[in-house]
Design a protein around this ligand. Structure first.
Ligand SMILES: Nc1ncnc2c1ncn2[C@@H]1O[C@H](COP(=O)(O)OP(=O)(O)O)[C@@H](O)[C@H]1O
Ligand SMILES: [Mg+2]
Length: 242
Protein backbone atom coordinates (compact mmCIF):
# COMPACT_ATOMS: atom_id res chain seq x y z
CA UNK A 1 0.00 0.00 0.00
CA UNK A 2 1.29 3.47 -0.77
CA UNK A 3 0.57 6.28 1.61
CA UNK A 4 0.81 10.01 1.61
CA UNK A 5 2.47 10.53 4.99
CA UNK A 6 6.05 10.32 6.13
CA UNK A 7 8.16 7.15 6.11
CA UNK A 8 8.10 4.69 8.98
CA UNK A 9 11.71 5.41 9.96
CA UNK A 10 11.06 9.13 9.91
CA UNK A 11 7.97 8.63 12.06
CA UNK A 12 9.89 6.56 14.59
CA UNK A 13 12.76 9.03 14.78
CA UNK A 14 10.52 12.05 14.65
CA UNK A 15 8.27 10.73 17.37
CA UNK A 16 11.07 10.07 19.87
CA UNK A 17 12.58 13.42 20.79
CA UNK A 18 15.74 11.71 22.05
CA UNK A 19 16.42 9.79 18.83
CA UNK A 20 15.50 12.83 16.79
CA UNK A 21 18.14 14.91 18.58
CA UNK A 22 20.78 12.19 18.14
CA UNK A 23 20.11 11.99 14.41
CA UNK A 24 20.05 15.77 13.92
CA UNK A 25 23.14 16.48 16.03
CA UNK A 26 24.95 13.62 14.27
CA UNK A 27 24.42 15.45 10.98
CA UNK A 28 25.55 18.81 12.26
CA UNK A 29 22.13 20.34 12.82
CA UNK A 30 21.81 22.68 15.81
CA UNK A 31 19.70 21.38 18.71
CA UNK A 32 19.41 22.64 22.30
CA UNK A 33 21.67 20.95 24.90
CA UNK A 34 19.82 18.29 26.88
CA UNK A 35 20.10 15.26 29.10
CA UNK A 36 18.08 12.03 29.02
CA UNK A 37 16.55 10.40 32.09
CA UNK A 38 15.83 6.73 31.61
CA UNK A 39 13.25 4.99 33.80
CA UNK A 40 14.17 5.08 37.51
CA UNK A 41 17.48 6.92 37.03
CA UNK A 42 16.50 10.22 38.59
CA UNK A 43 14.92 8.52 41.59
CA UNK A 44 18.13 6.57 42.26
CA UNK A 45 20.31 9.65 42.49
CA UNK A 46 18.27 12.84 42.53
CA UNK A 47 21.09 15.01 43.80
CA UNK A 48 23.55 14.12 41.04
CA UNK A 49 20.86 14.50 38.38
CA UNK A 50 19.80 17.85 39.79
CA UNK A 51 23.41 19.02 39.44
CA UNK A 52 23.51 17.76 35.86
CA UNK A 53 20.31 19.65 35.10
CA UNK A 54 21.64 22.79 36.84
CA UNK A 55 24.59 22.57 34.43
CA UNK A 56 22.18 23.14 31.53
CA UNK A 57 21.17 26.49 33.06
CA UNK A 58 17.65 27.57 33.98
CA UNK A 59 14.98 27.49 32.79
CA UNK A 60 14.87 23.96 31.47
CA UNK A 61 12.03 22.21 29.65
CA UNK A 62 11.14 18.75 30.93
CA UNK A 63 9.45 16.56 28.32
CA UNK A 64 8.29 13.00 27.75
CA UNK A 65 10.46 11.57 24.96
CA UNK A 66 7.43 10.35 23.03
CA UNK A 67 4.33 12.50 23.28
CA UNK A 68 2.96 15.55 21.52
CA UNK A 69 0.59 18.49 21.80
CA UNK A 70 2.83 19.75 24.65
CA UNK A 71 1.38 17.03 26.92
CA UNK A 72 3.49 16.38 30.02
CA UNK A 73 5.85 19.27 29.27
CA UNK A 74 6.85 21.71 32.02
CA UNK A 75 9.06 24.74 32.08
CA UNK A 76 11.18 24.62 35.24
CA UNK A 77 12.56 27.90 36.56
CA UNK A 78 13.47 26.61 40.02
CA UNK A 79 15.31 23.31 40.64
CA UNK A 80 12.96 22.63 43.57
CA UNK A 81 10.25 22.02 40.95
CA UNK A 82 12.33 19.50 38.99
CA UNK A 83 11.10 16.25 40.68
CA UNK A 84 7.44 17.17 40.11
CA UNK A 85 8.14 18.08 36.48
CA UNK A 86 9.91 14.75 35.92
CA UNK A 87 7.05 12.84 37.55
CA UNK A 88 4.57 14.67 35.31
CA UNK A 89 6.56 13.84 32.16
CA UNK A 90 6.85 10.20 33.30
CA UNK A 91 3.05 9.93 33.31
CA UNK A 92 3.35 10.10 29.50
CA UNK A 93 6.62 8.26 28.90
CA UNK A 94 9.14 6.56 31.20
CA UNK A 95 11.93 8.17 29.15
CA UNK A 96 12.24 11.88 29.84
CA UNK A 97 14.28 14.68 28.26
CA UNK A 98 15.47 17.74 30.11
CA UNK A 99 16.41 20.49 27.69
CA UNK A 100 18.10 23.85 28.13
CA UNK A 101 15.54 26.59 27.53
CA UNK A 102 16.17 28.51 24.32
CA UNK A 103 15.33 32.21 24.32
CA UNK A 104 14.04 32.96 20.88
CA UNK A 105 11.12 33.33 18.50
CA UNK A 106 9.21 30.14 17.62
CA UNK A 107 9.33 29.76 13.86
CA UNK A 108 7.86 26.91 11.81
CA UNK A 109 8.56 25.86 8.24
CA UNK A 110 6.58 23.48 6.03
CA UNK A 111 8.60 21.03 3.95
CA UNK A 112 7.39 19.02 0.93
CA UNK A 113 9.35 16.18 -0.61
CA UNK A 114 11.07 16.93 -3.93
CA UNK A 115 9.67 15.53 -7.19
CA UNK A 116 11.77 12.97 -9.04
CA UNK A 117 14.58 12.96 -6.50
CA UNK A 118 15.02 16.74 -6.46
CA UNK A 119 15.69 18.63 -3.22
CA UNK A 120 12.75 18.94 -0.80
CA UNK A 121 10.94 22.29 -0.91
CA UNK A 122 10.49 24.66 2.03
CA UNK A 123 7.63 27.13 2.47
CA UNK A 124 7.87 30.66 3.76
CA UNK A 125 8.26 30.34 7.55
CA UNK A 126 5.47 31.19 9.99
CA UNK A 127 5.67 32.35 13.58
CA UNK A 128 3.90 31.30 16.78
CA UNK A 129 3.41 34.21 19.13
CA UNK A 130 2.01 33.25 22.52
CA UNK A 131 0.35 36.39 23.83
CA UNK A 132 -1.85 35.09 26.67
CA UNK A 133 -0.29 35.93 30.05
CA UNK A 134 -1.43 32.52 31.38
CA UNK A 135 1.03 30.62 29.20
CA UNK A 136 4.71 30.26 30.09
CA UNK A 137 5.21 28.65 26.66
CA UNK A 138 3.21 27.15 23.74
CA UNK A 139 1.45 24.68 26.03
CA UNK A 140 -1.60 22.45 25.47
CA UNK A 141 -4.09 25.19 26.41
CA UNK A 142 -2.42 27.72 24.12
CA UNK A 143 -2.48 25.20 21.27
CA UNK A 144 -6.05 24.01 21.50
CA UNK A 145 -8.13 25.87 24.06
CA UNK A 146 -7.11 29.52 24.18
CA UNK A 147 -7.39 30.76 20.62
CA UNK A 148 -7.13 34.38 21.73
CA UNK A 149 -3.86 33.66 23.55
CA UNK A 150 -1.87 32.68 20.49
CA UNK A 151 -1.20 34.25 17.15
CA UNK A 152 -0.04 32.26 14.14
CA UNK A 153 1.49 34.75 11.78
CA UNK A 154 2.53 33.85 8.29
CA UNK A 155 4.82 34.72 6.72
CA UNK A 156 6.99 35.42 9.76
CA UNK A 157 8.53 38.87 9.76
CA UNK A 158 12.18 37.80 9.44
CA UNK A 159 15.07 39.45 7.62
CA UNK A 160 15.56 37.79 4.23
CA UNK A 161 18.86 36.09 5.10
CA UNK A 162 17.17 34.40 8.05
CA UNK A 163 14.24 33.20 5.93
CA UNK A 164 16.69 31.30 3.75
CA UNK A 165 18.60 30.02 6.78
CA UNK A 166 15.38 28.66 8.36
CA UNK A 167 14.39 27.06 5.04
CA UNK A 168 17.80 25.46 4.64
CA UNK A 169 17.78 24.09 8.22
CA UNK A 170 14.22 22.81 7.67
CA UNK A 171 15.16 20.94 4.47
CA UNK A 172 18.32 19.50 6.03
CA UNK A 173 16.29 18.35 9.05
CA UNK A 174 13.75 16.67 6.73
CA UNK A 175 16.57 14.88 4.91
CA UNK A 176 18.44 14.00 8.12
CA UNK A 177 15.55 11.90 9.45
CA UNK A 178 14.70 10.40 6.05
CA UNK A 179 11.29 12.06 5.97
CA UNK A 180 9.04 11.59 2.94
CA UNK A 181 6.04 13.50 1.68
CA UNK A 182 5.54 16.21 4.25
CA UNK A 183 6.88 17.46 7.56
CA UNK A 184 6.74 20.62 9.63
CA UNK A 185 10.07 21.69 11.10
CA UNK A 186 9.85 23.88 14.23
CA UNK A 187 12.84 26.01 15.17
CA UNK A 188 13.80 28.78 17.52
CA UNK A 189 15.44 31.90 16.12
CA UNK A 190 17.51 33.63 18.78
CA UNK A 191 18.17 37.36 19.06
CA UNK A 192 21.56 36.97 17.47
CA UNK A 193 20.05 35.17 14.48
CA UNK A 194 20.95 31.60 15.43
CA UNK A 195 18.53 28.91 14.21
CA UNK A 196 18.05 25.98 16.64
CA UNK A 197 15.84 23.02 15.70
CA UNK A 198 13.15 22.28 18.30
CA UNK A 199 11.52 19.35 16.51
CA UNK A 200 10.30 17.83 13.28
CA UNK A 201 6.66 16.79 13.03
CA UNK A 202 6.47 14.04 10.43
CA UNK A 203 2.66 14.22 10.33
CA UNK A 204 1.84 17.85 11.05
CA UNK A 205 -1.61 19.24 11.79
CA UNK A 206 -3.49 19.39 8.49
CA UNK A 207 -6.82 21.11 9.04
CA UNK A 208 -7.41 24.10 6.73
CA UNK A 209 -6.48 26.31 9.73
CA UNK A 210 -3.26 24.45 10.58
CA UNK A 211 0.12 26.05 10.05
CA UNK A 212 1.29 23.50 7.47
CA UNK A 213 -1.29 24.24 4.74
CA UNK A 214 -1.39 27.94 5.72
CA UNK A 215 2.36 28.29 5.19
CA UNK A 216 2.04 26.71 1.75
CA UNK A 217 -0.93 28.94 0.88
CA UNK A 218 1.22 32.00 1.67
CA UNK A 219 3.99 30.48 -0.41
CA UNK A 220 1.73 30.22 -3.48
CA UNK A 221 0.48 26.63 -3.15
CA UNK A 222 -3.20 26.46 -2.24
CA UNK A 223 -4.91 23.64 -0.31
CA UNK A 224 -6.23 21.60 -3.29
CA UNK A 225 -2.90 21.94 -5.12
CA UNK A 226 -1.04 20.89 -1.96
CA UNK A 227 -3.20 17.75 -1.73
CA UNK A 228 -2.52 17.04 -5.43
CA UNK A 229 1.18 17.48 -4.82
CA UNK A 230 1.16 15.04 -1.88
CA UNK A 231 -0.73 12.44 -3.92
CA UNK A 232 1.69 12.86 -6.83
CA UNK A 233 4.63 12.40 -4.44
CA UNK A 234 3.03 9.29 -2.94
CA UNK A 235 2.43 7.77 -6.40
CA UNK A 236 6.00 8.55 -7.41
CA UNK A 237 7.40 6.77 -4.36
CA UNK A 238 8.48 3.22 -5.01
CA UNK A 239 7.24 0.59 -2.61
CA UNK A 240 9.98 -0.80 -0.44
CA UNK A 241 10.73 -2.24 2.96
CA UNK A 242 8.41 0.00 4.91
N1 LIG B 1 14.22 23.99 24.77
C1 LIG B 1 13.18 24.83 24.77
N2 LIG B 1 13.33 26.16 24.94
C2 LIG B 1 12.26 27.01 24.95
N3 LIG B 1 10.99 26.60 24.79
C3 LIG B 1 10.77 25.29 24.62
C4 LIG B 1 11.83 24.34 24.59
N4 LIG B 1 11.31 23.11 24.39
C5 LIG B 1 9.97 23.28 24.31
N5 LIG B 1 9.63 24.58 24.45
C6 LIG B 1 8.25 25.12 24.44
O1 LIG B 1 7.34 24.03 24.64
C7 LIG B 1 6.52 23.84 23.47
C8 LIG B 1 6.25 22.36 23.27
O2 LIG B 1 7.48 21.65 23.14
P1 LIG B 1 7.72 20.61 21.97
O3 LIG B 1 9.06 20.03 22.18
O4 LIG B 1 7.48 21.32 20.68
O5 LIG B 1 6.63 19.51 22.26
P2 LIG B 1 5.41 18.92 21.41
O6 LIG B 1 5.97 17.80 20.60
O7 LIG B 1 4.45 18.44 22.43
O8 LIG B 1 4.90 20.05 20.54
C9 LIG B 1 7.30 24.51 22.35
O9 LIG B 1 6.43 24.88 21.29
C10 LIG B 1 7.90 25.70 23.08
O10 LIG B 1 6.92 26.71 23.32
MG1 LIG C 1 6.00 21.18 19.21
Amino acid sequence: MRYVGAGVLASAVGMDKHFMKLVLAGQGLPVAPYTVLRPGEFEKNPQAWTETVAGLGLPVFVKPARAGSSLGISRVDDLADLPAAIAEAQRHDPKVLVEAGVVGREIECAVLGGRGGSRPRASLPGEIVVTGADHAFYDFEAKYLDEAGVELSCPADLPSGLVEEVQDVAVRTFEAVGAEGLSRVDVFVTDDGEVVVNEINTMPGFTPFSMYPRMWEKSGLNYPDLIDELITLALERPTGLR
